[in-house]
Every structure is written in C-alpha cells, then in structure tokens.
Design a protein around this ligand. Structure first.
Ligand code: C2E
Ligand code: CA
Ligand code: CA
Length: 730
C-alpha cells in the first residue's frame, strides 16, 4: 500500500516511519511537512492512503484535505491529531476522512486500521508469484485473444468495464482491458486481490455499502466502481494468478446465465494462459537439451591435449567452408602441417616433453592465424589449417611461410631448448579438389613432397597429385549420364495419421540405379550432386517425377492426399520458387498437395532471401515441413517467425522413445509447442509397435517409419495402399 505521510514534526515522523516498517506491505512513497507541498505530493503520487497531521506549519491539514478532494483525489485519509475538537473531527469526516486518531495515544490503532485495508495474502504467495512469473505475461503488449475475451465478457454482461487482471507482488496488472485507461493499479486497492482468495465468482453488488470497499479510492474516485464481479483464474497447480472481472458504475445483480458465461470465458482465458506457461516451460526444456548436446559436442570434437578442434570437427568445418566457397564463388586453402623429426624428440626426451612441444605448437599456430581461420589437430604431430576467402595461391603460401617461421623459433621446454621445423602442404579450392576430404588428402600429398625436398618449407599441391579428383569427376560424370539416361527413380514411404489411421501423404525418396554399381542410396550421391552444382537439376527431376506419379495415382483411383519432396539447402536459390510453380502447373496439381521438406538449418541459415522465397511458396499454397526437426540449433522464437506447416521430428528422438524418458519428454514438448503454434507433427523412423504406441500417446499427428511401411516402388505402394484401405474399412 502506497502511503503519503504529512507531518511537520520530525520526531513524530520518525516514530511513524518506525511503526509502519513493521508491516512490509505498507510503503511510504512520500513525505511532506507544509500544506502546499502536501497537496502537490498527493495529487502527483495518488497514494492509496494518506496519514495527515492537522496542525501544519505552514498551513492546515483540513485545507489539504479540502484541496485534494476538490481536485478529484479519492485517496483514503487517516487524520492524526491531538486536537479533540468535535466539529473539527466532523468537518474531516465530511471531507471523506476514514479515521481520526489521537497522535500520541492511538498511533497503533491507526496502523491497524491501515493494515485492515490490505487485501488478504494467499497462503502460498511465494509459489503463486513464481507461477505468475512462469507464464511470462506481465508487461507484455496486449494480445488479441485476451482482448476478445474481455470484449465478449463486457458484451454478455452489458458492463462498461471488463478486465483480465494479474495480481503481481505490489500491483494488479491488466493483461486485457476494456473501458479503463490505466494498465495497472496498486494491489492494495484491487478488488481482484480479494477475488483470488475465492475459488468461485466473487460478486459485489454495491461496493458503496460494503465494509471492505466503501471508502476504496476506486469506488470514491475514478473509475467509480459500484458493481464488481470477478472469476479467479486458477492454474491446475492451485495458484490463482488473477481474475476475469466485469465492473459497472451502478448497483446490479448478475443473472445465472451471465455468471455461467463469465465462468466459461474465464476458463478460456485460463487455458490460453496455461498454454503459454507450458510452451515457455518446454522452450526451457529444449534449450537445456541443446546445451547438454552442445557440451557433449564440445567434448567429442576437441583434442584433449591441445584443446584444438579434432579431425571430426575439422571435417565438418571444412565441408561448411567448401559449401560456402562454392556458393560465394570464392577460394579457400587447406594447409597440412607436419612437424619435422618430432619422433626424435619423443623418443629421446620422453612423451611429457613431446606433449609440451605439441601444446606450444598449437598455441603458436592459433596466435599466428586469424579468428576466421580454423586450426585443428589431426593426431600425432599433424595439424591442419583452413584459410577461408583467399585471393589465391600467393596468399596461402605466404601464410604457410609465416607458420614455418613462427614454429621454428626456439622453445624452452623442461630445461631443453628445442628447435622444431615443420613441413606444410597447401591445397586450394577449387583447383585441387571440390570436397573437404579431397582437399585434405591433396594437402597431405603436398606436405609429403615438402618433406621429400628437405622439409621446413611449404609446398603447393600440383595437378600431378590430382588422382582422386579424377575419380570424383567420373562419379559426377556418371551422375550427369544418369540424368540423361533416366537412371533416377523414386520410392515412396507412407505417412499415416496416428489418430484416424488415415493416409496423410507419402514422402518421395530418390534412388539411383547405376549401370555398374547397382542401386545407390541418396546419402551417397546427393552430396556429390550438391558439391558439383548438380542438385538443382536433380531436384527438378525428382519434383517432376513426383508430380507425374501423383497424377497417375489420381487416374488409377489410388487416393494419395499429398506428396512430400525433399529439398536441399543448395536448391534454395533464386528461380527455385518459379521452377516449383511451373512443375505444379505442368501437371495440374493443386499446390496444397505438395509439401517441401527442408531441414531446420537450411530454413534458418540464409536470412532474408530464403525467407522471402519460403513466403512466396507458402503464399502459393505449398506446404513447408521442417525436416529432421530437433537436431538443429534454431531457437523456437526463430521458428515461430518462419512460414511453416509441419515439423518432422527427427528419427534420433524416436529411436528410444519407448525406453528413454527424456526423449519422450522432448517429443511431448515438441508436440505441445507445435500445437500451440498450429503446426502438424510427423514422427520419423518408428520401427516398432512400442514406439508407435508411445507417439500415439504423446499426441503426435502423423508417423512415418518401417513399422508402417518401408519406402517402396510405386507398384508396391499401390498394393500396400489397397491392403491399408481395406484394413481401415474393416
Ligand atoms: P530423410 O529426408 O530424413 O528421409 C528419411 C530417411 O529415413 C529415408 O532414407 C528413409 O528410408 C529412412 N527411414 C524411413 N523410415 C525409417 C525407419 O523406420 N527406420 C530407419 N532406420 N530409417 C527410416 P533414404 O531414402 O536413404 O534417404 C536419406 C536421405 O536422403 C533423406 O533423409 C534425404 O535427406 C535425402 N534425400 C532422399 N531423397 C532426396 C531427394 O529427392 N532430394 C534431396 N535433396 N534429398 C533427398
Ligand atoms: Ca525428408
Ligand atoms: Ca528426415
């Protein structure tokens, strides 16, 4: 309760302040000694209550009272005076004072009176406040759902004011507000702070005659509450966060049906609030899992001795850099660094000294390079460096020469002064290879050349070393031939609904029947297509085949509602949306029957351009699914802004869903969140009935996996569909 103290005696002031400190909910927000000062202070701070001394120097307490009332202030006022004059007391009550106390004898009664105005405190207040925090709604912008609910409440009851009020520690804050021009008031004057103590509707038919409220500033002054009815919003945990309430400026009684309607609306408000609580809880949960995974990742990708990235991590980063360089048409260099005669040091001085030397080498390498460069330890005395965005071979050789020089400087380790030279092989993208593996291999070959010619120097890869590149070239030539000779075909895997057992759609999965190598799975040739710039064409072929098959199914009377097609990140380039639109038009397929599966990282990585393309596709009516959802690191906030229709929960979460409680919790989290965001969920990779049942229990919408069916040819699918439809009918 916010209190203004008006008292000119320092001594009395000190006594009162000490007295009020006994109740933590009584808070002095201002002190004045003179009349003018007091009037200003009260009108400005609009306290819940005023403690007013009558004999002021300068001025008079009665005038203070008179002047604030004239200005429309309705604060509760308690008079503290030694003056026992009856008429004076009468005048004060006339001006709306709530009490008159003897300053020296009745200060304690005055305090009790103040405390009597405080609304009751719920039993588990700390817990309740925590629950309130957990819904993350305080001080948020007004949301449409809640505005609709209060609008409806006001209409049904025909009241000028309706609110959703949340009771915070010291205030009530309005989550939605119809008819009031403030967003919060002090808790101590809040009707709702009383209503949350009830489990049922609290109805005050005429506040002017109610002991608790007749002198409440909200009754005596703006907004002049006379009638109040509030339904508490109680979470399943039992915590009442606030109310849905209606207010009128005249006395009245609700009809039974109005009371029912209010309760129903409160229920609606409550489930909206609870949904937000669950979503934010799940967001936390998922963040935590990502953190754990990031930690594990850190452990799995670091070399324990030097703390540099290890070979696995290098592999990933190198692939990333290669993809980026390909997209940006830039160069990059891979340096293979090998210490000369390191074995000698290890053998003669021992492993401890050897380890120290390696640590020192790692430090020097890190120091000499830029933060955008990558240094990794491959094992033993081998290190690798990736230099992104170079101008050419000159740059790379210069950096390599610098490394040779820096590493050659003497090191003092364990009382020994060591000179360690190194040899470096340099390979460039794209000249010496188009994949990370190939670049590293070629850099390794070049390093060997450097050693052969005496060591302590860099050596640039040359085309004589370029054997594997030939192999690669032949594979991608094969792929070009495959396009021409029509060796690619599709398999189809059903996606069925867990609730109704219907067929929701199929996913098209590409296969390659190689003339010599036999059937090649997509994991082997999609990366080649991506790295050789062939993925665009491959994607167009797949899309065309998928559309053609859908038309065929329609003609054969096989009912396939929708087909899902995978899209690589590298396909999301200008012109993609046009190509998709053209394919749809060519086959006369309604856009709603096509779903594009795009991985989380592809969706979130490339910023504005990708985003606007997705919006365009979606505006056409095409559905977008997030593939392998859950393994990426996009925040849920990011996801919320994406134009997407469904989440394909990654197989890794489904694998142990029937035995691992944490995975089950994550899937539950994803499903709840997806529901809140209006997204459909498809679980990938259910192989057994137990997984299937668990997914069903967790409320997942659809499932795709070996348990239902493996990917199969169109002919096999037709047979499967007949059996499935028959089983469903039975
Ligand atoms: P994906 O999009 O995650 O596709 C699902 C993969 O999981 C398929 O492998 C499918 O056969 C497999 N799968 C389905 N159910 C189960 C199950 O219950 N257990 C297990 N262990 N696996 C299951 P597939 O066909 O080898 O495809 C591998 C990946 O290749 C796909 O992963 C997708 O990323 C890519 N891919 C396939 N076709 C295309 C395509 O036309 N274009 C592009 N860009 N990528 C494609
Ligand atoms: Ca997929
Ligand atoms: Ca997937």
């Amino acid at each position: 309760m916010n209190i203004v103290l008006v008292e000119d005696s320092e001594l009395v002031r000190t006594q009162l302040i000490r007295l009020l400190a006994a109740e933590s909910r009584l808070k002095i927000v201002g002190i004045a000694a003179g009349e003018n000062e007091a009037v200003d202070l009260i009108l400005r701070t609009r306290p819940d209550a005023v403690l007013l001394d009558l004999a002021l120097a300068p001025g008079s307490g009665v005038s203070v009272l008179q002047r604030i009332r004239e200005a429309g202030n309705a604060s509760r006022v308690l008079i503290l005076s030694n003056n026992r004059d009856k008429s004076l007391r009468e005048a004060c009550f006339q001006l709306g004072a709530s009490g008159f106390f003897d300053k020296s004898a009745e200060a304690f009664q005055c305090l009790q009176r103040l405390a009597g105005w405080l609304p009751p405190l719920p039993a588990m207040e700390g817990h309740r406040l925590e629950a309130l925090q957990s819904v993350h709604l305080l001080d948020t912008p007004e949301q449409e759902v809640f505005a609709d609910i209060v609008g409806l409440a006001a209409d049904i009851v025909d009241a000028p004011i309706a609110l959703i009020s949340l009771i915070d520690r010291d205030r009530q804050w309005f989550l939605a507000n119809k008819g009031l021009d403030v967003r919060e008031t002090s808790r101590s004057v809040a009707f709702c702070a009383h209503a949350i103590e009830h489990r049922e509707l609290m109805e005050i038919q005429d506040a002017r005659v109610d002991q608790r409220f007749f002198d409440n500033p909200l009754v005596r002054g703006d907004p002049h509450i006379v009638f109040y009815a509030g339904v508490p919003l109680v979470l399943p945990s039992g915590d009442a966060l606030g109310t849905l309430c209606v207010i009128d400026r005249q006395p009245r009684v609700l009809t039974a049906s109005q009371r029912r309607a209010l309760k129903t609306l409160a229920g609606a408000a409550l489930s909206e609030i609870d949904l937000r609580r669950q979503v934010s809880h799940l967001e936390d949960e998922i963040d935590r899992r990502h953190e754990v995974e990031a930690n594990m990742m850190h452990l799995a990708t670091r070399d324990p001795l030097t703390a540099l990235p290890n070979r696995t991590a290098l592999h990933d980063r190198l692939e990333q850099h290669v993809r980026l360089a390909m997209r940006q048409d830039s160069k990059l260099a891979v340096l293979f660094v090998d210490l000369d005669n390191f074995k000698l040091i290890n053998d003669t001085l021992g492993h401890d000294i050897g380890d120290q030397a390696l640590i020192c080498t790692a430090q020097r390498l890190s120091e000499v390079l830029r933060t955008s460069d990558t240094v990794a330890r491959l094992g033993g005395d081998e290190f690798a460096v990736v230099l992104p965005s170079l101008h050419g071979a000159e740059d790379a050789l210069q950096v390599a020469a610098k490394i040779v020089e820096v590493l050659a400087a003497p090191k003092d380790i364990g009382g020994h002064r060591l000179h360690i030279d190194c040899s470096i092989g340099v390979a460039l993208f794209p000249e010496h290879g188009l994949t990370g593996d190939l670049l590293l291999r070629h850099a390794d070959l070049a390093m060997y050349e450097a050693k052969q010619s005496g060591g302590a120097r860099p050596f640039l890869c040359n085309t004589d070393l370029d054997l594997r590149a030939q192999e690669m070239l032949s594979l991608d030539n094969d792929l070009r031939d495959a396009f021409r000779r029509d060796e690619l075909f599709l398999h189809y895997q059903p996606q069925t609904s867990l609730t109704g057992g219907r067929l929701c759609g199929v996913e098209a999965l590409v296969r390659w029947q190689h003339p010599h190598l036999g059937l090649i799975p997509p994991d082997r040739f999609i990366p080649v297509a991506e790295s050789r710039g062939l993925i665009g064409e491959l994607g167009r072929i797949v899309l065309d085949k998928a559309m053609a098959q859908l038309v065929r199914w329609d003609a054969e009377g096989v009912s396939v509602p929708r087909i899902a097609v995978n899209v690589s990140a590298a396909e999301l380039r200008p012109g993609f949306a046009d190509a998709v639109e053209m394919a749809l038009r060519k086959h006369g397929i309604p856009p709603g029957r096509l779903e594009l599966e795009i991985t989380e990282s592809a969706l979130t990585s490339d910023g504005i351009e990708t985003l606007s393309m997705l919006h365009r596709l979606r505006a056409l009516g095409i559905r977008i699914a997030v593939d392998d959802f859950g393994v990426g690191y996009s925040s849920l906030g990011q996801l919320r802004r994406l134009p997407i229709d469904s989440l394909k929960i990654d197989r890794s979460f489904v694998e142990e869903i029937d035995s691992n409680a944490q995975d089950a919790a994550i899937v539950q989290a994803i499903v709840t969140m997806a529901t809140a965001l209006g997204l459909c969920t498809i679980a990938e990779g259910a192989e057994h009935e137990a997984q299937f049942r668990m997914l069903e229990k967790l409320g997942c919408d659809c499932v795709q996996g070996y348990f239902v069916a493996r990917p199969m040819s169109a002919a096999d699918f037709n047979k499967w569909e007949q059996l499935f439809a028959a089983a469903e009918a039975a």
